[in-house]
Ligand binder design. Sequence first.
Ligand SMILES: Cc1ncc(COP(=O)(O)O)c(C=O)c1O
Length: 395
Amino acid sequence: MLQVRSRLWLPFTQMQSFDAAARTFVRGEGSMLVDARGNRVYDAVSSIWTIVHGHGHPALVEAIAAQAARLDHATTLGASNPVAEELAARLCELTGTDYAFFGGDGASAIEAALKMALQYWQQNGAPERTRFVRLVDSYHGDTAGAMSLSDIAVFKSRFGAVQFESIPFDDDEALRAPDVAAVIVEPIVQAAAGIRIVPHERYAALRDCAPLVIVDEIATGFGRTGTMFAFEQLALRPDIVCVGKGITGGILALSATLASERIFAAFLGAPEERKQFFHGHSFAGNPIACAAALASLRLFEREGTLARAAAIARRSAARLERLARHPRVRETRQAGTMIGIELREPGSGAAVASALYERGVFTRPIGETIQFVPPLSSSDAEVESFFDALEAVLA
Ligand SMILES: Cc1ncc(COP(=O)(O)O)c(C=O)c1O
């Protein structure tokens, strides 16, 4: 008989050794999470790259409550709502795309992007274009299609039966193959690979050679790398942009697959032509989530979120300079407020993260890499507290 401690089954977590008493969060306040024992810890990983303006921001709480009272949910299968309309327009304006297709989690935005690309080519005279090119060490989510575009062996090795093969972007020739539907890239940072930084030159060929470019901004979007979207720094003109995580300020499940007019136009026709996009999710365009997203975008302007992100990045860069010389540190990596500190000693990531928790800092290691991806509302003192705690633990 199993000794069941809880009915909750957590993602990417060995439940046999999980100690709910030690790691249960009951409250969020600004940059801090409060656990069931009453410890206040700095959410130094923004609850896995989601939280933007801190936990419990009154403007977001208010927007959610007001929208819930007005229209909580209505399907977008063959129907619209004004909040989804307004958000679609704002997202298109911000990304230079033309149409927004909503989903739930990041992975559902990726699935939609893949299927959009396939159906696009079928309806645009090149049905043989069915394969996808992706970066080495890529990660795009855990559903079957997104996993097929990912390159992190431990996440996907069990599930070969539901995967298709994707092509690593080793050289520009890969993009020129006549059966390629699209190339998908994480711009500038590969977060799940351990906050790896991709040199800007790597993206240059995409401008000329790729049949369609899908940019995955799910981790990098909404200010994390310094600009609203990381691809702005790469002079890329994506055909499709996927956003998620931080879109609602990082507090509700919402994602979007943003498409250019070229893509959208291929799906227009008389009903009997059956050219509409054959894909959808129950909560696509949920008004409460969309209201939170609109409120979050207003906060970017009202609170100068990008300027705060720049200040966090500068302060972190100064501390990283010193850390990079620490004998226990192999390498430090930074793109804006996405920071990885890779330790030398094999197996030390989990132990260092545990010790950080005891010092009031919550992060999740990726192998030997300690992540610092803080809420963009973090104060200078909070940023310093992360580096102080890490230096103390390493000492
Ligand atoms: C770059 C990237 N794409 C897609 C995803 C999948 O998003 P979600 O976990 O919301 O499904 C993630 C999640 O970490 C990600 O980092």
